[in-house]
Every structure is written in structure tokens, then in C-alpha cells.
Design a protein around this ligand. Structure first.
Ligand code: GLP
Length: 241
């Protein structure tokens, strides 16, 4: 219900109303058109558009050109406390992880990568670019730098499956901890194409440095995650508790 003389803006009331309505719908189901909403609640098309735009920006609805507006797939909730792999994250949600290798090569490390991996500049590293998918939907683009000396027999087939699985189960090394940063950004042309986003769509830039039990860094990864598919969850404790 929409109360016109409320101090709560009408577009916001409509957003709440639509959120309620779609609880009974499935991802991919269409919602009413702007005209239908405007007639049903006797409000202007502009107000309806504003409410729908906000829900599209929140990742709750998706617009498909010439087709209408639909209920979006729910975002993947990613806890930030445990050190998990992409394959584990997707499987734990009942999704099938897939990988498309965009680049796999051995290169001499530049100063920046060498510094991050605590190796000498010029030491060889694998540079692996992977598009990560869940149930065939592109989720993230990852560029990993891995010291050659730590994993001499790494292959495309291995990184097509799971890097962490290989390190733990084939190399029998313990993955101990990682440091990760998150920043918001907008997708660039090539990223948009690979992640099936519009140019300039919101994305999250994530950098991770991961270490073996011995304290040696084994990967430096730069990832671009789709902003419309991810929600990061952090559990927090107050310091004095
Ligand atoms: C996540 C991390 C990457 C890590 C990857 C390993 O996506 N952001 O830093 O390299 O998991 O995943 P997998 O073992 O599936 O290759």
C-alpha cells in the first residue's frame, strides 16, 4: 500500500512494495511494467522509474532491453573471515564452478610482483588469467602471480580446476593465511565483455596475498568481481568484548 501524504517518499514506499511482491516470484520472473505500476498505485511514471532504477542498482531487479524488468538472481553472500577458494565457495552454495583460462604463461617478475611475492625481481612467475563462472554465469576475473619455484609442474589443466586443491592435495603444502583488500570500481571495456556487464557497471577490485604454513607467499591475485552478483559479509566483534 502506498500512502501519498506520508513523510516517506513515494518512490521509497514503492521500492518496499516491490520487494514484498517479488518474495513470491523466482529469479528471472518478469515484474509489472512502469505503466502498470503507475496505474495500479496512481502515481507518476517518473516515480515508478526512480523506484525501479534504485532496485536495479541494488541488484534486486534486472532490466533487459526491449523485454522488460525481471527479478535478479540473488547475490552470492561471501563471508570474509575464512580463507576459501573460488571452487569451494561455489560448491558450498550448490553452484558448479567453471573456469575459462584467458592466459597462462611464465614470465620474469617485475619489481612490483617480486616485491609482493617476496622474491628477487626477474625470478620467474606464472601469470594466470582466469574467468571464473558459477553455473555458467561469469562471476569474476582473476589474474594470479605464482612463483615458479614453488610449483614447477603447474599446468593449464590444474588451474582449470582448483589451484588450492593442487597446493594442498598434490603439493601437500598447508595454505595458512591471506591478506585481502577490497575496493569499488567501474568495469572497463574488456572486463565488461568478459563478465557480461554494461561498460562502467559496478565491480569490486580484490587483491589477495596468500601464504603457506612456512610463511612464504605463494600467490598474489588481482580479481574483479561482479558487483551485482556479490555481497560480502563480515562478522565483527567489538574490541573490548
Ligand atoms: C579465490 C581467490 C583467489 C584464489 C582462488 C583459488 O577466487 N580470490 O585468490 O586464487 O580462490 O580458487 P581455486 O582453488 O578454485 O582455483
Amino acid at each position: 500500500m502506498i500512502i501519498k501524504d506520508s513523510h516517506i517518499p513515494i518512490y521509497f514506499q514503492l521500492e518496499m512494495e516491490i520487494k514484498e511482491l517479488i518474495k513470491d516470484l523466482q529469479p528471472g520472473d518478469p515484474i509489472s511494467s512502469e505503466r502498470e505500476f503507475s496505474e495500479k498505485y496512481d502515481i507518476s511514471r517518473m516515480t515508478v522509474r526512480q523506484a525501479i532504477n534504485n532496485l536495479v542498482n541494488e541488484g534486486i531487479l534486472v532490466r533487459k532491453r526491449g523485454k522488460g524488468t525481471f527479478v535478479a538472481e540473488p547475490k552470492v553472500e561471501q563471508p570474509l573471515s575464512g580463507l576459501t577458494s573460488f571452487s569451494e565457495d561455489m560448491r558450498s552454495r550448490g553452484l558448479t564452478p567453471k573456469t575459462k583460462i584467458l592466459d597462462f604463461q611464465v614470465i620474469p617478475s617485475n619489481r612490483s610482483v617480486a616485491g609482493k611475492l617476496m622474491i628477487q625481481e626477474g625470478e620467474f612467475v606464472y601469470e594466470v588469467r582466469r574467468l571464473r563462472l558459477a553455473d555458467d554465469i561469469p562471476m569474476a576475473l582473476e589474474t594470479s602471480y605464482l612463483p615458479l619455484s614453488l610449483m614447477k609442474d603447474l599446468t593449464k589443466e590444474i588451474v582449470n580446476a582448483s589451484l588450492y586443491d593442487y597446493i594442498e592435495n598434490d603439493l601437500k603444502q598447508q595454505i595458512s593465511h591471506a591478506t585481502q583488500t577490497l575496493e569499488s570500481s567501474l568495469s572497463q571495456k574488456q572486463e565488461s565483455m568478459l563478465l557480461q556487464l554494461k561498460d562502467g557497471a559496478p565491480v569490486l577490485l580484490i587483491e589477495r596475498y596468500s601464504y603457506l604454513g612456512s610463511g612464504i607467499p605463494f600467490e598474489y591475485v588481482k580479481s574483479i568481481y561482479r558487483g551485482d552478483r556479490y555481497k560480502f559479509v563480515i562478522d565483527m566483534k567489538r574490541a573490548n568484548q
